[in-house]
Write a protein of this length. Structure first.
Length: 95
């Protein structure tokens, strides 16, 4: 799957608009947005991991170092560790 420069610009503009809206929102809206994002990521987990495997294979073929490939690689264990860390840090965030 290839992403065009136009698509990347559109995604960047959408992200900037979302950031501006979140900056102006209250804590309840930000919390709801986090839950919505987490739900969307969980529902797309298989597609995300499949796309990541393709990225990792391309990086390996391009000769990236093992350390760079490790940073690029997503897997169920890393995802779980990051999710746990995110939940722990969210407990300390005040809205």
């Amino acid at each position: 799957m290839s992403t065009s420069a136009g698509q990347m610009l559109a995604m960047g503009r959408a992200a900037r608009l979302a950031m501006q809206r979140l900056q102006q929102s209250d804590g309840a809206m930000r919390a709801a947005a986090i839950v919505h994002i987490a739900t969307a990521l969980r529902s797309a987990q298989a597609q995300i991991l499949t796309a990541n495997a393709l990225d990792v294979a391309a990086a390996s073929a391009a000769g990236l170092s093992a350390a760079m490939i490790d940073r690029l690689t997503l897997d169920a264990m890393r995802k779980t560790e990051e999710h746990t860390s995110e939940l722990q840090s969210r407990e300390t965030i005040s809205y």
